[in-house]
Design a protein around this ligand. Structure first.
Ligand SMILES: [Zn+2]
Length: 475
């Protein structure tokens, strides 16, 4: 890219005052990796002009909870099954079987595939929680994405006791060692790739961490000024376990150990006090709002199991900073926005709440606030040039009157034509530029076949017992 570029477009979703506005027939001036100007016109000199024609230009989306190194292999496996005993959670059984069968080769195949999938579906900044952070950093740098990367750690892991109870195998020293390694990862990768790669702290799950480990984590987040992520209130068994241990809800317990802050992003707080599935008195939302802690809302992973947040607009109304995320597959922020808005309406039985604006803001500005980044999630002077270019003439995008409603409720991934991150093109006319899509898809299929056969060979239950085929084989 030449140094200073002017992009003219029919519609630009530009930031003004304290929110997004729709700028018609305007221009964006990009200087290197930054946006220098956005407005109706610009009279300074530029090195090149790009005519984006009829495209809608929006800020890129911030995906606040992603497991690039595993989620793609949830596909074709995790759907339509759930254990009644664990209130439909797949954590202690399905995900453990899948995760246990994966090798590092499989995880790398997932990461490479995810980089392409994320770009094609609107993520420009991803928060990756996993365990192979150095490999992820290399893949992110190569693909041109912006990322926050954490290696998760914990003091315990789940065990299913006779498929009736979730047990915990504790190794506190391993948790401390994992924390130390996670801090070293941040020191190694933070600032790489022109600052596109940053690190963050992520103790894995609230029920799998000791109080000491959580206190060390929040202190490190404060000292290093990095985000702090933790799976919290993500399963009924987990909620009940924390109540049993501490006599407090998970959110109340985090408050009591000084874990909550404005750098804290909890995945997924789907079961706070008051949720009908836990039916437990309390006001967790008020606690989150008081501490300005954020929620990474990955609606789809719950919706497909018959579970919903109660409700997305109620959290916003309580003052909780709700961000969006994909968590599982598909890793599409377009789908994340659509399902968040629609399920929010269903849960509150209203159509005028849980709007396209709520979903779009959650995918952009709310996440930027959590990251303490006023240079992300918006098209404004001084922001990073992370831009999405949408087709306005496609089957799904016409007729176009309100670009945000069309994107949230109608767009397909194919309508996202071009993606720029940090002032560089990473997708042009639907083609991801720095990842070989066909090669990574082929490798993911090979990884899937290897993992499925390994589940068959090493697990008490076979693949088809864990996840029956939808239709039987034709004979
Ligand atoms: Zn997760």
């Amino acid at each position: 890219m030449p140094k200073r570029v002017r992009i003219n477009a029919k519609i630009i979703v530009a930031f003004q005052g304290n929110g997004h506005h729709v700028l018609r027939n305007g221009c964006v001036i990009i200087d290197g990796s930054d946006i220098q100007h956005v407005g109706k016109d610009y009279d300074g000199s530029v090195d090149a002009v790009i005519d984006a024609g009829d495209r809608v230009v929006t800020p890129g989306f911030i995906n606040t909870h992603c497991h690039m190194a595993g989620s793609p292999l949830d596909k074709s496996f995790i759907e339509d099954v759930g254990s009644r005993q664990f209130y439909l959670s797949g954590l202690p059984t399905m995900l453990k079987a899948r995760g246990g069968a994966m090798t590092d080769t499989d995880r790398r195949a997932c990461v490479d595939y995810s980089a392409a999938e994320l770009i094609q579906t609107g993520t420009t900044t991803v928060m990756e929680l996993g365990g192979i952070g150095d490999y992820v950093a290399d893949a992110i740098e190569q693909a041109g994405l912006r990322a926050y990367i954490a290696d998760m750690y914990s003091s315990a892991s789940w065990v299913s006791i006779n498929c009736k109870q979730v047990g915990y195998e504790w190794d506190e020293a391993l948790g401390i060692e994992g924390f130390r390694k996670a801090v070293k990862l941040i020191e190694r990768i933070d600032g790489r790739a022109n600052g596109r790669i940053r690190g963050f702290i992520s103790p894995a799950q609230i029920d799998n961490c000791t109080e000491e480990l959580l206190r060390m984590s929040s202190q490190a987040s404060e000292e290093m000024q990095v985000p702090l992520a933790l799976h919290t209130s993500q399963a009924v068994f987990e909620f009940q376990e924390i109540v049993r241990r501490h006599g407090l809800t998970p959110v109340e317990w985090l408050e009591s150990i000084d874990f909550l802050s404005d750098r804290c992003v909890l995945g997924h707080v789907i079961y706070p006090a008051g949720h009908s599935w836990v039916n437990f008195a309390g006001d967790d939302l008020a606690i989150l709002a008081k501490h300005q802690a954020s929620v990474a809302h990955a609606t789809w992973v719950f919706n497909r199991r018959g579970v919903a947040m109660e409700s997305f607009p109620a959290y916003l109304g309580a003052g909780v900073n709700v961000c969006l995320a994909t968590d599982t597959c598909p890793q599409s922020m377009i789908e994340a926005m659509r399902w968040s808005a629609v399920v929010g309406k269903i849960m509150i039985r209203q159509t005028e709440l849980s709007t396209a604006a709520d979903a779009f803001n959650a995918a952009t500005l709310n996440a930027a606030k959590m990251l303490h980044r006023d240079d992300l999630g918006r098209i404004s002077m001084g922001a990073k040039a992370d831009l999405l270019f949408w087709d306005t003439n496609s089957t799904f995008m016409v007729p176009l009157r309100d670009p945000i409603k069309n994107i949230v409720y109608n767009a397909t991934a194919e309508d996202l034509r071009d993606v720029m991150i940090d002032g560089e093109w990473v997708m042009r006319d639907g083609q991801v530029l720095k990842v070989d899509e066909r090669a990574v898809s082929r490798k993911l299929q090979q990884a899937g076949e290897r993992v499925w056969s390994s589940v068959d060979a090493n697990n008490a239950e076979s693949m088809d017992e864990l996840s029956p085929q939808t239709f039987p084989d034709f004979e």
